[in-house]
Design a protein around this ligand. Sequence first.
Ligand code: G4P
Length: 285
Amino acid sequence: MALQWYPGHMNKAKNQVQDRLKLVDVVIEIVDARIPFSSRNPMLDSIINNKKRVIILNKSDLADSTSSKKWQDYFESKGINTYIVDSKHSNNMNNLINNIKKEVAQKVEKYQKAGVKNYRIKAMCIGIPNVGKSTILNRFAGKNIAVTGNKPGVTKNQNWIKTKFDFDIIDTPGILWPKIEDEKIGLKLALTGAIKDSIFHADDVALFALDYFKKYYPDKLKKVYNLSDENLGYENPELLLFLTKKSGMKDDFDRMSEKIMMDIRKGVLGRYTLDQVDEVENAIN
Ligand code: G4P
């Protein structure tokens, strides 16, 4: 795989986050609920350090709800309040907002005691592209706003986004990527559409997907592709070829691979989570 974790870009992003961290009361970390581990940067915990933080497991409508609850319990066991959110279909952010406010209530009280009236909480949103950062920020702002976070280098100024609640959010232009060069993490990012399709071959992504779904969601595979238990016993490449032929694509397994990838991404196979709490040790350090 021709992929690098670009330490130069990463350092820049890290510095940008660290600079802005000084200006905020709380960090709102947004992850894709289907990949709560693989959509996080492993350095993030040390970067954020002791700053108050909440985690949003967004796109919960696409994720396996049992897994989302396990991830919520996991992160909360590490002391980070975690919220299961579907920002596409629900614009009710009140519960989330009230809880974010609770995180920083002590600080706000301190300011109020010191005579600062109407203190506006300052927050920073962090998340890799496609986790739904813009959707959530738009919900907070109550209107469509341009989020620069996905275009590294476009904005050099500090951009504060005013929300319709009593807090403001600073936009972070850099992206702290997960460890894409770890092949499993990369394949999970590819399968959910978080990284460009050109980074991995579709057949590698499809073979990974078949392997994972055989293990964790065999019934979904059987139902959607009309497979028997015997078919599920095939080795992954054999199963891919079988599916290719069965779908009338002759031996064009590239085309079938893309179909499998898109089916899973679009939720044709239903809800799924690609990171299992018990398989990931120390997701939070
Ligand atoms: P980003 O800023 O982090 O890059 O993400 P953005 O908000 O642009 O969202 C990326 C895609 O994910 C968008 O879909 C958006 O609608 C979708 N999305 C965001 N939050 C959720 C969620 O909670 N559930 C689901 N199912 N989807 C979510 P798109 O196809 O690029 O655009 P659109 O056609 O939906 O507008």
